[in-house]
Structures are given as C-alpha cells and as structure tokens.
Design a binder for this molecule. Structure first.
Ligand SMILES: [Zn+2]
Ligand SMILES: [Zn+2]
Length: 278
C-alpha cells in the first residue's frame, strides 16, 4: 500500500491542552516505519480560511485565530484535508494524520475538550467540491462523545458516524450512532462491539472512505482508561484496514485523537504505519 504520514514539526515542544506534548519525540520515533519504501512523510500546509468558513461561523474562525493553539489546529486540519484528497484521488491508499488542538469536539460555532477545529468537516467539504458527493464512514473510538463531528454532519445521510462513547443513540436515519462502552472493558469485548456496531454497518453503507478518530485515551493508565491494552490499538487498526479493503478499496485515513501518554503514542503509531503500509 502507498501510505502517507502527515506530521508538522510545530506539533511537538508545546503542552497542548488535554494531550500535552505527547509527540515530543516524533517523527524520530517513527524512523524505521518511515523508511519503508511505500511510506511517505508529508509536512502539511495550514487549512485555508475559505475552507474553514464553509464549516464554521465567521465568529468562530475569528476567535480561533486569536488563540495560542491556532497554528496547531490549522496545520492539523490542513493535514487531514490533504490526506483525504490524496487518498480519494488515488495518490495514496491510506494515511495516518497527526493532529493537535483539532478533532471531534469542534462544532460549527463552539468547541471544547482540547480540539478547537474539526478535521473531518473541512476535509469532506473540500473533496466534495472537487469530486462531487462522496460517502464517508467515520469511526470514533476516542473515549468521549464526538459532539463536533455529529453536529457538523447531522442531516447528511452520506456520512455514517459511529461513535463509541457513554450513551446509546441511533438517529438521523440510522446514519448517526452512539454505542455505550462500559467501564471496565477489555480488548476482545471492545473489538466485538466495533465489529457488530461499525463493521456490519459499513458493509451495508458502502462508503468511499473510512475516517477514524483514533484516540488512545481509553488505554490502561491514560486519562480515559477503560482497561484496554496497548496492543488493542494495533488489532483495531488492522481490522479497520481490512474492512476498508473489503468495502472501499482500502481507502482509510486515521486521525490521532485523545490520549496523553507519551509511551503509548510512541508504541502504537509507528506500528500503525507498518500495518497501514502492509
Ligand atoms: Zn477523548
Ligand atoms: Zn457518541
């Protein structure tokens, strides 16, 4: 597979809200994975204001621009926009996109929880402008409810959003789902929930791409610990990659999300690149 890794050097050396400086040793810790011939490292550009304004209110963008974490958010969203476009236009098969200060808690006019701009929102708007309507399945395995992703795509039946959080919801013509993940949990039971609630739906839904909000806050010892081991994340990436091979020619974009443990990030992400590239 041709795998893209999107990382900007400003993602390290700062204490980002919630996740801290978990990428302090990146991209160096990914050296071996990045040296694989099928893997390319990209330093993303900032997302444009034009694109942000397609998703957000002008007031929201103005406030974001004043915040100290703004550049982190804009490069993160930019990486997601580029990755989704490169995968859907066939330059890459899949991608791992690093993000800070951006992610699933950013709604159209408000944001919280360490994520101050949506990655999926602008990325999907951008590619639809270029290629027409595309269908997306968004899997959210961060510990917390993806309120921002839900808000932005509510009413859009070409986006399936399956979020593993703390509530049971089926809404918006069965395209927006929340699955209550109990605490404590374990690797096998969580994977079974993903198979039953996400993979089975994706096979019916037939998206053009799977986007994955890939938090590791659920790991033992991280701030959303529900009892999962570090190796769970590798199994999860492998299963979703296989699912993407079955339903959408392998088009799979992984976005880093919650989790602040440096050791977990350094263990899982280099291996996830190898899984994607296999
Ligand atoms: Zn979280
Ligand atoms: Zn949810």
């Amino acid at each position: 597979m041709r795998t893209g890794v999107f990382f900007h050097d400003i993602f390290k050396g700062k204490e980002w809200l919630i996740i801290g400086d978990k990428f302090r040793n990146f991209p160096e810790v990914m050296k071996d994975a990045l040296s694989l011939p099928q893997v390319s490292l990209f330093s993303p550009s900032k997302v444009s204001d034009d694109l942000l304004l397609k998703v957000y209110t002008p007031r929201f963008v103005e406030e974001l621009k004043k915040a100290w974490y703004c550049d982190g958010a804009l490069y993160s969203v930019g990486g997601c926009v580029e990755a989704v476009e490169m995968v859907l236009t066939g330059r890459l098969d899949n991608a791992l996109v690093f993000t800070v200060a951006a992610g699933h808690h950013a709604e159209r006019d408000s944001a919280w929880g360490g994520t101050y701009a949506s990655c999926a929102g602008p990325a999907i708007y951008n590619i639809r402008e270029k290629l027409g309507t595309k269908r997306f399945a968004i899997l959210d395995t961060d510990r917390h409810h993806g309120n921002g992703t839900r808000d932005i795509f509510m009413g859009d039946h070409d986006v399936l959003h399956v979020c593993f959080c703390h509530q049971d919801i089926v809404e918006d013509n069965e395209t927006k789902i929340c699955v209550n993940i109990s605490y404590p949990n374990n690797d096998e039971s969580y994977l079974n929930s993903v198979r039953e609630e996400f993979i089975s739906r994706v096979k019916e839904f037939r998206p053009d791409m799977i986007l994955h909000n890939f938090g590791h806050d659920t790991c033992q010892g991280d701030y959303g610990d529900i009892g999962l081991t570090k190796d769970f994340y590798l199994k999860l990436a492998k299963e979703i990659k296989e699912c993407a091979m079955d339903v959408c020619e392998g088009r799979y974009v992984v976005l880093t999300h919650g989790g602040s443990r440096v050791d977990i990030a350094e263990y899982i992400f280099p291996k996830i690149i190898e899984i994607l590239a296999m």
